[in-house]
Design a protein around this ligand. Structure first.
Ligand code: GRF
Length: 209
């Protein structure tokens, strides 16, 4: 069974959606550890309540690679195969990314390459796009950039403000992340250039979340 190491900085709703899909048996994986760089992150409290192993590794005032080394040690100790960034509000060092080649995933609340970085929903609203969404991608050394595993489109409604739009995107994020994890754990895909090419079986599996 694939062992997930979840890294988060805040609310943790994506983590919770993944944990729920695992608990209900829809997603075949296990959460080996939840790591946060913020001790007061609600996601850590939720993880503790659910009985998961947690580690709080404060990043403030620490050099990026020094902090990443501490995270790597915790992930290795928990025997993690796949790293799941779920609202981790800090860049990873290239060194860390090299420790898990192709095995670090991130979710972003826009259809990349549109609106990378902070406040993607606000950026989409201000730009005036009529469709936005979310993207799960493999992490490379650039921000919100690596090969795309899965995207879900979400309409922008005339009545939307950034909060209603963010909520509608978040509902899709909660499905998309588990689908993407299932793709990676099943492993039936090839990466050609930036393209993630799925085989037929996987394309059907995806619809279960
Ligand atoms: C999500 O919108 C995700 O796309 C972005 O950070 C937010 C995390 O939300 N990377 P949560 O902590 O999972 O609720």
């Amino acid at each position: 069974m694939t062992r997930l190491g979840v890294i988060l900085s805040g609310r943790g709703s994506n983590f919770l959606a993944i944990a729920d899909n695992i608990a209900s048996g829809k997603l075949k994986a296990e959460i080996a550890i939840v790591i946060s760089n913020c001790g007061d992150a609600p996601g850590v409290a939720t993880a503790k309540l659910r009985g998961f192993k947690t580690a709080v590794l404060p990043s403030k005032g620490r050099k990026r690679e020094e902090h990443d080394r501490a995270m790597l040690a915790a992930l290795r100790e928990a025997d993690v195969d796949l790293v799941i960034l779920a609202g981790y509000m800090r860049l990873l060092s290239p060194w860390f990314i090299q420790q898990f080649p192709g095995k670090i995933l991130n979710i972003h609340p826009s259809l990349l390459p549109a609106f990378p970085g902070l406040e993607a929903q606000k950026q989409a609203l201000e730009y005036g796009v009529q469709v936005t969404g979310c993207t799960v991608h493999i992490v490379d050394e650039h921000l919100d950039h690596g090969p795309i595993l899965l995207q879900k489109a979400v309409p922008v409604l005339p009545t939307d403000d950034e909060h209603t739009l963010a909520d509608r995107i978040l509902a899709q994020e909660h499905r998309a992340y588990s689908e993407a994890i299932a793709l990676v754990t099943e492993g039936n895909y090839r990466i050609v250039g930036r393209r993630v090419l799925l085989d037929q079986g996987n394309a059907q599996e995806k619809s279960s979340f």
